[in-house]
Write a protein that binds this ligand. Structure first.
Ligand code: SF4
Length: 611
């Protein structure tokens, strides 16, 4: 660590964010590392260290001989100020080497509102922002994560995107780079070769032209690039790399626990959910593999909490076998086992009772819409009876804290649907009055509404977003119908979700807007402390871009979409069909009732979709 950095650290909040040296971090001899990767998470240490994808890929890269991957996080504002004041360039935690000295700079991007952090981190590193300004093989910038499923807003800045799951594609990229470096390739040659790896999208190999109304006229691939790039998946999760020696952070992080991913993909098909579609097909890990990985991870880390994660953990077929093994182990070792994202319809009383013997946490449900009509539109296959039956189970089992999440602005939503939320909440309260085994503590019902953001690769990808003013009107309407003191209602402010919608469905004309926003001081937009909406509005105005073009306009079904070059496995025909069914109020049963032909099984070569 430089002397200067040592002097700066005591002047900033949480210096442990910046020092590295945690238990299980991977250090290598720099002289033996032919390829050095700065693996950047475009948010703070606390968020990045909680990211399972980052943990996995950190391990995958460091398993490779000749490769040393180190972590880099976005600094908090006080540290950024100190870095700029003292000319300290952004560095990687393991060796404190400046990021600009690395061969490759990788980003994992899971949230659209991190885009300014990417530019800010490159700027703090002293690395040119634009791909075309980085002309040599040094400092190749690549990115992955769910936001790569519409990479266009970042097309000016990122040299290439790796689409889908990274366990297999990442070593292929690094091996090619190793060869390119040894053979002294040009950057152009490297990009041409890396674009031949399935799952790699090089934005500069695609030319976009526009119609007079601003919509995209054509996307033309150049230099032999494919018309569409299909995402990569790992077929067999049982044999896939999993890091059982996770880094134990030395300061508090958001999810300070071991995390076991029980399966990937989702059988449900909620029509608003990008992850639900873009993570298909369904593949699971065997319970015995999970148990072994759980024990190894806990023993290697000393964590006292483990969570079973996935998009809908109660859909994991071997949940009973796994929890039957894991609960006694956790109980014996005083480890808290949490099973989040359980669905209301199959949250079994048996599992609730078993988990209740461990530390008790609140119940969380996401009915998303207040009426059955709208739940059918969004294909949230969940009835009011199921929600109330689950609450009844929970209340009679001693729970007295419920969180209910909804969205406002969903396609076809009316005031009746908005008020349906209030009705449902009162039915939950009534259920508590009738069935609570412990009324002394009183009931707390936390209700939160989010502003619907239409996302690419979903049946609602073409939908309009309602205006912020209309969203606020609906929030106030709902609030005016909450009278009970048991209810705590919070709604998300619309500004951030409006920008999220712009970035999620944006095209490459947004690059200058992001850059302008950064120039005007935008950073850490996901944090209330830093988010400044007017900075963004000024940036849009300066670039003559109307955000409404990407939000309230809605997209035509015959329009060329910015993400048409990206194939996540789900066919457009299926998405259109699902959209038609939404407007007809028809549900699509989950995959356990039969495959509905989403197309994702075409990604599987050796096994079938394991829904
Ligand atoms: S391929 Fe069929 S079973 Fe698999 S996720 Fe798609 S619809 Fe469901």
């Amino acid at each position: 660590m430089t002397e200067l950095l040592q002097r700066v650290l005591p002047t900033v909040q949480k210096p442990a964010r910046y020092t590295g040296g945690e238990y299980n971090e991977i250090k290598k001899d720099p002289d033996g590392a032919r390829v050095r990767v700065a693996f950047c998470f475009p948010d703070t240490y606390e968020i990045g260290m909680s990211n399972v994808g980052m943990r996995i890929l950190y391990g995958v890269m460091n398993e490779m001989e000749g490769v040393w991957c180190e972590r880099v996080f976005a600094p908090w504002g006080d540290m950024e100020e100190a870095m700029r004041k003292h000319n300290i360039p952004l560095w990687a935690l393991e060796s404190q080497t400046p990021v600009k000295d690395f061969d490759m700079i990788a980003f994992t991007i899971g949230y659209e509102m991190c885009y300014t952090n990417i530019l800010n981190m490159l700027n703090l590193a002293g690395v040119p922002l634009h791909s075309k300004e980085r002309t040599s093989l040094k400092n190749i910038v690549f990115a992955g994560g769910v936001c790569a499923f519409n990479p266009e807003p970042l097309a000016d800045f990122v040299d290439f995107f790796a689409l889908g799951e990274g366990e297999e594609i990442t070593p292929e990229i690094l091996s090619l780079y190793d060869r390119a470096k040894a053979e002294n390739w040009t950057k152009d040659k490297f990009l041409a070769e890396v674009s031949k790896i399935p799952g790699i999208y090089v934005p500069s190999f695609y030319e976009h032209t526009y119609n007079n109304d601003g919509t995209i006229a054509q996307i033309v691939p150049k230099y032999g690039a494919p018309k569409t790039v299909q995402k990569r998946i790992v077929e067999n999760l049982d044999t896939a790399y999993f890091p059982t020696k996770m880094i134990v952070s030395s300061t508090e992080i958001v999810h300070d626990r071991a995390n076991l991913e029980v399966f990937r993909g989702c059988i449900r098909g909620c029509r608003f959910c990008q992850a639900g579609f873009s993570c298909r097909p369904v593949r699971k890990k065997r319970a015995d593999v999970l148990y072994r990985q759980a024990v190894e991870t806990l023993e290697n880390s000393g964590h006292n909490e483990i969570t079973l994660s996935s998009l809908s953990t109660s859909d994991y077929r071997q949940l009973k076998e796994l929890t039957d093994e894991l609960i006694p182990y956790c109980r014996g070792n005083k480890i808290n086992l949490s099973v989040p994202s359980l669905r209301a319809d199959n949250f079994s009383r048996e599992l609730m009772e078993k988990l209740q013997t461990l530390r008790k946490s609140g119940l969380t449900f996401a009915p998303e819409a207040g009426t059955q009509r709208l739940r059918d539109v969004i294909n949230k296959n969940l009835t009011e009876d199921e929600i109330l039956a689950t609450c009844q189970n929970a209340f009679s089992g001693g729970w007295s804290n419920v969180k209910l999440y909804f969205m406002l602005g969903l396609p076809t939503e009316t005031d009746e649907d908005v008020l349906g939320i209030a009705e449902l909440v009162y039915k939950v309260i009534q259920t508590w009055k009738e069935h609570a085994s412990n009324k002394k503590r009183g009931l707390r019902v936390h209700v939160a509404t989010a502003y619907f953001v239409p996302k690419p690769h979903t049946p609602f990808q073409w939908e309009k977003q309602i205006t912020p003013e209309e969203y606020i009107r609906r929030c106030r309407l709902l609030k005016s119908h909450f009278y009970s003191k048991s209810i705590e209602y919070n709604y998300h402010e619309p500004d951030l979700s409006r920008l999220e919608a712009v970035m999620a469905r944006g095209d490459r004309r947004l690059g200058p807007v992001i850059e302008e926003a950064v120039r005007r001081g935008a950073m850490l937009d996901g944090w209330d402390e830093y988010f400044n909406y007017s900075t963004w509005l000024d940036a849009f105005a300066a670039c003559s871009i109307d955000p409404d073009f990407y939000t309230v306009r809605g997209y035509g079904e015959d329009e060329v979409l910015p993400w048409d070059t990206i194939d996540v496995g789900i066919t457009k025909r299926f998405l259109q069909c699902e959209r038609d069914k939404a407007y007809d109020g028809l549900i699509t049963p989950d995959c356990r009732h039969g495959c509905s032909g989403c197309g994702a099984n075409s990604l599987l070569k050796e096994v079938a979709c394991d829904a």
